[in-house]
Design a protein around this ligand. Structure first.
Ligand code: ZN
Length: 298
């Protein structure tokens, strides 16, 4: 426990270089006055990509809704929401492209995709069912009937690498995953629950391993807008390595030492989550050195 406890570094989707400039969302005149305007196209299949770069255009798309994403210097960035992605070849999912984009574009695309998913599934008022309209430059939707203002939702989820007295790591395989695919344990925070309690509960439900709230140590977070999660990353410790996986969500769990993980990955017996995930970074932090890309399952 006497190790370096800095937060996780280099989380792919946690990068951001632009200012959100929230004060401009409710100031249409100031927003219109930003003459350097760039638009990125987002839709059900992600965003429009050329090579490993987002395509930014100066021409807005008049038939589509637009969200103000932020500013950098004199340039304002907007998302242009497409009902359907009409040219599948040029569109890429954030999960495919995220680790290859520059920091500025990752930050903007994460917000654009999160907002696009939200507006696609929240077109009607949750109170009275009336169709809602854009407000606050795309960061809210107002109901014209009951005047309720709806904001984009973010669902907190916890993700945890559990370590035992021999400093082995607990990894699990989800029932729907291929043989050999392993990751850290994760689950949503329930209504009225703290994040720490969710870690304790999820670990127990999925693996049968008992941990206590005071062993749960927060390491960092990254947005995961598929469709609307915020992943809160933890390490936790237990003295009792006995396991009892639930068999429904988690098919099997394994305790692995660093040497065992290395040989299992080198032989292809175990495959780890992709670089873009916080799970990968939680494993890498415990492992103590960068994990080779060929150990990942992408
Ligand atoms: Zn309403």
């Amino acid at each position: 426990m006497s190790e370096d406890r800095r937060l996780l570094q280099d989380l792919v989707l946690a990068q951001s270089t632009t200012q959100r400039a929230g004060h401009l969302r409710e100031d249409p005149e100031a927003l219109a006055g930003l003459t350097d305007r760039l638009f990125v196209h987002v839709g059900p299949q992600g965003a429009r990509i050329d090579g490993a770069a987002l395509v930014w255009e100066t021409i807005p798309c008049p038939d589509n809704a637009v969200t103000f994403l932020g500013v950098e210097g004199d340039t304002a960035f907007f998302a242009c929401h497409h009902v359907a992605s009409e040219e599948p070849d040029g569109w890429r999912d954030l999960r495919q492209i995220g680790s290859r984009l520059e920091a500025r574009d990752v930050g903007l695309m994460v917000s654009a995709v999160a907002l696009d998913n939200w507006r696609r599934s929240h077109a009607h008022c949750g109170r009275c069912g009336t169709q809602t309209w854009d407000a606050d430059a795309g960061w809210a939707r107002r109901c014209p009937e009951c005047d309720h203002l709806h904001f984009p939702r973010t669902d907190p989820a916890v993700i945890v690498l559990v370590r035992d007295g021999d400093d082995r790591a607990l990894l699990g395989r989800q029932a729907q995953w291929a043989e050999g695919w392993f990751s850290t344990l994760a689950g949503f925070v329930e209504a009225g629950e703290t994040a720490e309690a969710a870690v304790v509960r999820e670990v127990r439900e999925e693996s049968g391993v008992h941990i206590t709230p005071d062993s749960v140590h927060y390491l960092g977070s990254q947005p995961w807008p598929f469709p609307s999660s915020l992943m809160l990353g933890y390490h936790a410790w237990t003295d009792d390595p006995s396991t009892d996986p639930d068999g429904e969500e988690i098919a099997e769990v394994r305790w692995l030492s660093r040497d065992e993980l290395r040989s299992a990955c080198q032989s292809g017996e175990v495959r780890l989550p992709p670089r873009i995930s916080i799970a990968r970074m939680l494993i890498e932090r415990w492992f103590g050195e960068p994990i080779p890309s060929e150990w990942g399952r992408n």
